[in-house]
Design a protein around this ligand. Structure first.
Ligand code: HMG
Ligand code: MG
Length: 313
């Protein structure tokens, strides 16, 4: 595991900000994205083409993306940007911008699907097929999220078999990577290990990302299991911002700073300059008007580090 590079997908500007009471304006959101990219984050989800009536925080994602690409040279060339798309209307909006990657988002249960995107799972799959077709024609990459895979706020336990079937359906329609969401942060390491073991018999884990919310403090333990099982892509959000407005208690994505701190300590590479990333903590604290929930943003980096290099010299 030691020389491996891990991909961190930064979802703070979308999953993070969509659940904050404070509404950041476009220049504030762009400043944030610029800092994330300058800190070495290579995959950043910058917004969502969703209804502003449903998620007002993501309003103006289109002008934001247009502005970002107008000034593309301000961002490192190897940074990749993406945005959420729920339906054909959202995809049409996405196509009117230069965004090179979009992400569709479906659910593992009917109740959550209805609450989050106002349609059944079957209807969502039809929408995603249409979106994939539109994306293929324009050579746009499509990522897919599968929410509440480890537990649903409305239905409780979720069938692993059903989740695996949905992952396979996503991949078949041309989605290149499926991010499995513990949307309300209920998963535990034993559950994750058992699930990934079953999933890996049917789908290569290189097509899988893990999207853990840290609602109950189990996200890093679950990531460790994912790493041991061979997952190499993990979603996280700066400072632990965020959640999902349609899942009560889904506060807090796994924090990018806590994730990167652990990965680097284990000798894994991410390309992220953690000290630089943390420089944005005061600005974001001011923007959202509250303390960030992550441990590393609170504690800072240890004065003597990195532990791994000292131990192996
Ligand atoms: P709907 O109300 O069923 O839509 O919403 P509709 O087709 O009936 O249209 C109603 C109105 O919405 C119309 O406007 C449409 O134009 C408009 P009106 O005529 O009333 O003025 N509309 C749109 N506006 C902007 N963008 C669009 C769009 N589509 C229709 N794309 C819809 C259906 C999907 C739009 C809505 O349910 C929605 O926006 N849902 C998004 C919810 C959301 O963003 N949730 C958070 C993200 S998911 C998440 O956080 C989980 C994740 O992190 C993974 C994990 O943690 O598990 C990804
Ligand atoms: Mg999420």
């Amino acid at each position: 595991m030691s020389s491996k590079t891990i991909q961190v997908v930064e979802v703070g500007p979308r999953d993070g900000l969509q659940n904050e009471k404070a509404m950041l304006n476009v220049p504030q959101r762009l400043n944030f994205i610029r800092h994330l990219a300058a800190s070495g984050l290579k995959r950043i989800e910058v917004g969502a083409f969703v209804s502003p009536k449903w998620v007002p925080q993501m309003n103006e994602s289109k002008p934001l993306i247009l502005e970002l690409f107008k000034n593309r040279k301000l961002y490192p060339a190897d940074a990749a940007f993406s945005a959420l798309v729920p339906n054909v209307q959202g995809m049409e909006d996405a196509l009117s911008t230069p965004i090179p990657e979009i992400a569709v988002f479906g659910a593992s249960t009917e109740s959550f699907s209805k609450k989050n995107i106002n349609c059944t799972i079957e209807e969502s799959l039809e929408r995603f097929r249409a979106i994939c077709k539109m994306a293929r024609a324009k050579k746009i990459k499509v990522r897919g999220y599968l929410s509440v895979a480890y537990g649903c706020p409305y239905e409780g336990a979720v069938s692993e078999k059903k989740v695996i079937e949905l992952v396979k359906t996503y991949l078949k329609m041309g989605i290149y990577e499926v991010s499995i969401g513990d949307t309300i942060g209920v998963a535990n390491p034993k559950q994750v290990r058992n699930f990934l073991k079953k999933l890996s018999r049917e789908v290569p884990l290189k097509k899988i990302a893990m999207h853990m919310h840290d609602t109950r403090g189990t996200a890093l333990a679950n990531v460790l299991v994912g790493l041991e099982m061979g997952v190499t892509v993990f979603d996280s959000s700066f400072g632990g911002l965020g959640g999902c407005p349609y899942a009560r208690g889904a506060s807090g994505n796994l924090a990018t700073d806590d994730l990167v701190y652990m990965l680097h300590g284990m000798g894994l590479k991410t390309g992220v300059d953690l000290a630089k990333l943390l420089e944005y903590v005061p600005e974001m604290t001011k923007d959202i008007g509250r303390k960030l929930p992550s441990r590393t943003s609170e504690a800072g980096l240890p004065e003597v580090q990195p532990f791994i290099e000292r131990a192996t010299k």
